[in-house]
Design a protein around this ligand. Sequence first.
Ligand SMILES: [Zn+2]
Length: 216
Amino acid sequence: MKQMINHHLTPELMMAYSAGTLPEAFALVVATHVSMCDGCRAEIDSFDAVGGCMVEDARAAALSVDSLEATMRLIAQGPATTKQMPRLSSGTLPSPLQDYVGGDLDAIKWRSIGMGVKQAILPTSSDATARLLYIPAGSAVPDHGHRGTELTLVLQGAFSDDEDRFARGDVEVANEDLQHTPVADIGMDCICLAATDAPLKFNAFIPRLAQRFLRI
Ligand SMILES: [Zn+2]
């Protein structure tokens, strides 16, 4: 089933993904969106082609004598390690995420962060944090701002904030100038993948007190 995706990755994110310079948490959001979005997949393919041209044009640097032999040996031994473009899998979680969670939704170990909202932090490199967020139907995530960039990708249900409405496959790219209170649609609990490279700025005192412990 194809869904209508209205909110896509920025060119900057796709370029950085293609160049391999994104923190792991952000790369996971990009890969997961791309598994659901043919348009962004095609754009990243074209960025990859540009990168390939640059590699071909680069002047060859001499490698040590045995490196060709060593490489051929690795190829003979191991599975292919070329970057795979993720494809949509069955289940709620697309395949790049299922690899992190070790299964689909029922494999997630949720922790309550209050008011019915739950999270599960995913194991990525420490330069950014990736988390799954569970927002019960009709509930809100406390009003917050951002110190860095926050990417939010909807996996189930939908949420709305001051900017727009985001449904499955949509990505919201929030940065320092966005202040928002995401509210889940009434009809279905909302599950999102979110990545942040700096702590959020909560306006109410209690979330501010709690965020140190919750790493949000
Ligand atoms: Zn897209």
